[in-house]
Design a protein around this ligand. Structure first.
Ligand code: IVH
Length: 683
């Protein structure tokens, strides 16, 4: 035996547990993660070299032990009771409980109000933690209340649960409480699963219960769980406080997580106020609760009252509106996000859930919609908890009508086009989301595109921030970045928080941005997966925008760090006529950079594109225009359809222009058109 090793091991364990408590319970780490990891690895190493010093309270056991065949039964020393539920969610529920308690205690109207401990009703899984001489020796589920399952290994992976109690070496102290998954951990876990196309958890409660009953503790360790203590089981040799709230405070002192929402109140009015106060903050809590719990605070009175059929007479759960409800899917819409992400959204028969009426719920993405196999007409379970967007958690297949359609197919559903702007949609390899490719043009992406365009590393338009972009877009003063270059002083100075001086400054900044570099311009376009570094590489490699726009995926991949996904994003961007029209507009507005050898003005690839001419052109006849276009490889059609790439609108353009707008086809005016022709000729 080597006493110094034993001492070092003990010191490391204490140090690690102290930091674990700071980090996981108090949420305020005192040392950097790397330092914590170093201590942890040192302990692991020493324990591996000295198995004789193994103890059940070592933090190294938190990473999960060997895979089990099943869970051993555990007979509870003190049965785990359940709690009576007051389903009347109005104030009446609290009054009814107080009336019952007073009657049981034989109190008359003239007796003083009863003191109650009020707590949250956590929505997770009940657990009994058995500490002997202050060390966690066993953790068991509730089971049928008499016999539960031994889940000690999995419980040890929960960092919030102390492996050793601080300042307590009682022969036996059983702590009871709830294992739960916080909303943030639940969202994060599901987000990661969705990205990888893996099944998601239905709700945090199932997440907690599933992890605890997971036979591989290493898998359990990967699902982040939390814990709150709310009571006791068997106790030997521990000085019991006289009230329930005193018990919880004492437990908090041993390092047990105890919720801050714990209050001792008097009488029915106190209960009502607590219920109201918590209901008002329910959404902003970091975890799900399904109600509050009232307990007679005095342990002596609790003992006097006893219980009936496994439910104590001294406690009640007073519910809140349920966070999950069933309803019917009327339709499935597809929403376009600020970055072009396409999200399927279920349009629901309105339903009251989690305290509000919900008529839309997210389906997240195509894969998830298909995995859950949600179809129009289905009855589904909708969940709304906290500030999170309501979501469809699953289909009640037993209630599926005979006439529901096919499994969901996002591309088919949209005919391959963005529902907002009509640009082509794409889904990159390995990506869970479909996206609109009309980044510069799509109204849904306007604000984001403008902010990016004006950003410091892009065209660097000083003063064009969030608030301003919001106003410019909402008042329809700016639709695409090209419109920035046609803003006038009088319009700008009328905007909120804009005097003449700021308006002037902004105009100057916009004017200055006309002179830029090719790399900045490419970056400013906001092509997906083209960051600043890639934009520089592209500028260096191709030397000109013309060359970049004409490059196919194979040529793009010759650029350092450009792989198939980036190449695909670039070609998709330039294949979208709307984007090319905005680029032509920007160039026509005087955006310029020091040209490299061979650089010409931006050219639209005309070959294979379909044009429609409408209205009268001042500079040429329609036949001349047609001939010029055909010479350059374009097709000229007589009417506007979804297949049209560009409509050239001269003076007095009529129904074809309307049709183009209706179908979201790119429209060029005469000036833009002649400029493009000139560029083509000189290219
Ligand atoms: S006390 C003697 N307090 O609700 C009463 N239970 O049937 C024993 N629960 O699944 C329970 N929050 O896990 C109590 N603050 C709280 C609670 C709580 C949630 C759960 C408990 C059990 C059910 C009660």
């Amino acid at each position: 035996m080597n006493p110094s090793v034993a001492q070092r091991i003990a010191a490391l364990r204490a140090e690690i547990e102290k930091h674990s408590y700071q980090y996981y319970v108090l949420d305020s780490p005192r040392i950097p993660d790397a330092e914590y990891d170093r201590l942890f690895r040192e302990l692991q190493q020493l324990e591996a070299q000295h198995p004789e010093f193994a103890t059940p309270d070592s933090p190294t056991l938190r990473v999960g032990g060997k895979i089990l065949d099943g869970f051993a039964p555990v007979r509870h020393a003190v049965p785990m009771l359940s709690i009576r539920t007051e389903t009347d969610i109005s104030d009446q529920g609290a009054h009814a409980f107080d009336t019952r308690v007073r009657k049981e205690l034989g109190l008359s109207e003239n007796d003083p109000p009863v003191e109650y401990a009020c707590e949250l009703k956590f929505d997770g899984l009940a657990i009994n933690l058995r500490y002997e001489q202050g060390v966690l020796v066993q953790a068991a589920t509730r089971g049928d209340g008499e016999t539960g399952e031994d889940v000690t290994q999995n419980i040890r992976t929960i960092h919030q649960i102390p492996l050793r109690l601080a300042g307590c070496d009682a022969p036996v102290l059983e702590v009871r409480g709830e294992i739960y998954m916080s909303r943030r951990d639940f969202e994060r876990y599901n987000e990661r699963q969705r990205e990888q196309g893996l099944p998601t958890l239905v709700n945090p409660r199932n997440g907690a219960a599933g992890s605890i009953r997971q036979l591989d503790p290493a898998l359990a360790a990967r699902r982040p769980l939390s814990f709150f203590a709310y009571g006791l089981g068997e106790v030997r040799g521990w000085a019991l406080p006289s009230t329930h709230s005193g018990v919880l405070e004492a437990l908090r002192g041993t390092g047990m997580p105890v919720s801050d929402e714990l209050e001792a109140v008097h009488g029915a009015q106190g209960l009502v106020e607590f219920h109201r106060r918590i209901a008002a903050k329910r959404d902003s809590l970091p975890f799900d609760i399904d109600g509050v719990v009232y307990k007679v605070n005095s342990l002596a009175l609790q003992a006097q009252m006893g219980f009936v059929s496994r439910e104590p007479r001294w406690a009640v759960a007073h519910k809140f509106p349920a966070e999950e409800q069933m309803t019917v899917v009327r339709d499935i819409d597809i929403q376009v996000g600020r970055t072009g992400k396409l999200t399927p959204v279920a349009k629901l028969e309105p339903v009251f859930v989690g305290g509000t009426t919900v008529s839309n719920a997210t389906l997240h993405n195509e894969d998830e919609t298909r995995r859950k196999d949600v179809r129009i007409g289905d009855t589904v379970i909708v969940r709304r908890a906290g500030d999170v967007i309501p979501e469809v958690v699953g289909v009640v297949l037993d209630l599926r009508p005979a006439n529901t359609g096919e499994p969901f197919n996002l591309y088919q559903r949209l005919g391959g086009k963005c529902p907002v702007c009509g640009s082509a949609i794409m889904r990159e390899e390995g990506e869970a989301n479909w996206r609109c490719t009309g980044g510069l043009f799509c109204p849904a992406q306007r604000k984001e595109a403008l902010l990016h365009f004006a950003g410091r590393r892009a065209l660097d338009i000083e003063g064009l921030g969030d608030k301003l972009v919001e106003q410019l877009v909402d008042q329809q003063l700016v639709q695409t970045p090209a419109d920035l270059y046609h803003l006038e002083l009088s319009v700008l100075s009328d905007l909120e928080r804009m005097g003449d001086k700021s308006a002037n400054n902004l105009l100057e900044a916009i004017a200055r941005s006309r002179q830029t570099t090719l790399a900045r311009f490419i970056y400013a376009l906001g092509i997906r997966n083209v960051g600043e570094a890639t934009a520089k590489d592209l500028a260096r490699h191709f030397g000109s925008l013309v060359n970049l726009m004409a490059a196919d995926e194979a040529r793009l991949q010759q650029v350092p760090d450009v792989g198939p996904v980036v190449a695909q994003c670039i070609t998709a961007f330039f294949a979208e006529p709307h984007n090319c029209a905005v680029i032509a507009n920007l160039r026509a507005s005087g955006i310029n950079w020091t040209e490299q050898a061979g650089e010409r003005l931006a050219v639209l690839p005309l070959s294979g594109k379909t044009f429609v001419l409408t209205g009268t052109l001042a500079s040429m006849s329609r036949d001349e225009a047609k001939a010029l276009l055909e010479e350059l490889g374009a097709k000229v059609a007589g009417s506007v359809s979804k297949k049209t790439d560009y409509v050239v609108a001269g003076a007095e353009a009529g129904s074809k222009l309307d049709k183009a707008r209706e179908l979201n086809v790119a429209v060029l005016d005469e000036q833009q058109f002649t400029q493009i022709l000139k560029q083509q000729e000189s290219a």
